[in-house]
Design a protein around this ligand. Sequence first.
Ligand code: ADP
Ligand code: MG
Length: 253
Amino acid sequence: MLLHEQIEHLCESLKLNSVPTHWSSLAEQCIAQDKSYGEFLLSLLKCEQQQRDERTRNLLSRMAGFPAHKELNTFDFKFATSVPKQQIQELSALTFIERNENVVLLGPSGVGKTHLAIGLGLKAVQAKKKTRFTTAAELMLQLSTAKRQNKLKQYLSRSVMAPKLLIIDEIGYLPFGREEANLFFNVIAKRYEHGSVILTSNLSFGQWPSTFADDATLTAAMLDRLLHHSHVLQLSGESYRLKDKRRSGAITE
Ligand code: ADP
Ligand code: MG
């Protein structure tokens, strides 16, 4: 068997996916630059690791279920003057995830809550942290379905507890019934001090009971856990969605 075929076979059984395609060009480079065998091996291993990391990031990104690709560096802080740029930059260092802290983004429609939540989620995925994006409505549907099918425990451990970062978008658009509110409380209580949550809502905290079956006690107990270790960002201003319409004269007031 030829040398490169033997290498290919060994790499396959050792699950070294990048070595077969890269070793010969790296070897040539190393010869041309008078590098030692040790340096060749190091650059080959680095190459394997880089490609592996890239595959992990792509996989995590697909698994996260982001509804769109919105990076923090495309966020216009000059337009959104209510958004504390420095705080977002600090959050993007992701220490809040290591500390199991939460982030709550509050504000009216169109001010960039979802954009910022996805942007932080993409940072987490880049740092190889398992992330899951969902909306409150979708989460609720899945929780209720899992409960009905007697699979709540599995659902909670697989989809609620497994991610390092859980993003729950759009709390408050759809009000929840009593059972749903209880299920949601469960999610927050389970993740409390175990894993980070990013939440977005168009409602101020005072209005939250209206979305959780008018249960002020349950909502207070939930907010207590949610806000104990948290970063709350109150956004305001006009909708970015309407910005261009306004400029073109479609909206005049
Ligand atoms: P919200 O979730 O608060 O309703 P979104 O994050 O969905 O708002 O923002 C609406 C749209 O406007 C999205 O396409 C988003 O990328 C964009 N957007 C909002 N604010 C900004 C901003 N400051 N800079 C760039 N794009 C923005
Ligand atoms: Mg949104």
